[in-house]
Write a protein that binds this ligand. Sequence first.
Ligand code: TXA
Ligand code: MG
Length: 341
Amino acid sequence: MTTKVIKILSEKDYDLLYEPAKCLANGGLVVFPTETVYGLGANALMPDSVKKIFNAKGRPSDNPLIVHVSNKNQVSEIVQTIPESAEKVMDKLWPGPITLVMPRADCVPDSVTAGLDTVAVRFPSHPIAQKLIELAGVPVAAPSANTSGKPSPTKAAHVLEDLNGKVDYIIDGGSCNVGLESTVLDTTSTPAQILRPGGASKEQLDAILGEVIYDPGLTAKGVAPKSPGMKYKHYAPNAQMTIVEGKNPEYEVTRLLDAAHADGKKVGILACGFNEYKADFIFDCGRFAEEYAANLFDALRELDLRGADVIIAEFPFGETGIEPAIRNRIYKAAGGNVIKC
Ligand code: TXA
Ligand code: MG
């Protein structure tokens, strides 16, 4: 199939969304920007369209999809009940980077939920996502718009690398602000559980709900994560990656860099602010966690494109705000290859 790319510069271009919205409602695949990452959308109520998502991404069919809505009222069409905790979070943090797992309604196909009795729902804050879903007039199932296993796309160019010729439309709305996926919160258990750390922080959720806990399966060895997607290899660049974690990484980074060079490898450094490393490529993700989060997936893809054999990533962050989400993604990207210093 030929993929049409539509660039939206401002609200003045929203007329250009009618055609892809119609395609989406009628069963096509449309990639759209959200505040977290780009999503690969299909009509959530059409099982055959939803299956096309899994083919395009090469995604295992036991990994359920998030259903996106363009207003809070639409939620009651796809869930059986709205738990009290979900109601509270919707009130305070929607639209935004938080996905709520709730009991599913019968109309939601098994292909969306992977046969679970719950459905994950999100109301994105990105105006293009909102407009597209509103015009389509249906709930939109959308995983991140990358080939399974690759870093999620935060720019239309990333989507083209993975899905050109596999989707009907790509809507280019520029770079995604948050840069990491939404927080997934299971509101069917008490206390509510964070199944995936993301754009909304535990502190924000604690303030709204009293206390939320992390799914023990996120970190404990031998315990399966409750969110099926968290068990897969993910976010992996082609290059072999090592994280150097801590506030003073220079000595360790230089040691790894020299060793890789002695082996004849090309080295890319994912840096956190200014530095004087003698690497082949340096991608400065920025000193602040929000900045680093927004740049991370772009950096992994860019260092791959440049032909780095080895990526060494500085990671000086802690446990608050978006930091646990960065840690989760970067640890997965490096396959757990971490040196603490
Ligand atoms: O920010 C985001 O959430 C992006 C944008 C496009 O909205 N979407 C996204 O979707 O990251 P995806 O498919 O890449 O990740 C969805 C995660 C997976 O780990 C999946 O297993 C989990 O949510 N999930 C979906 N439905 C679930 C359910 N009913 N119960 C538990 N986990 C669920
Ligand atoms: Mg994904």
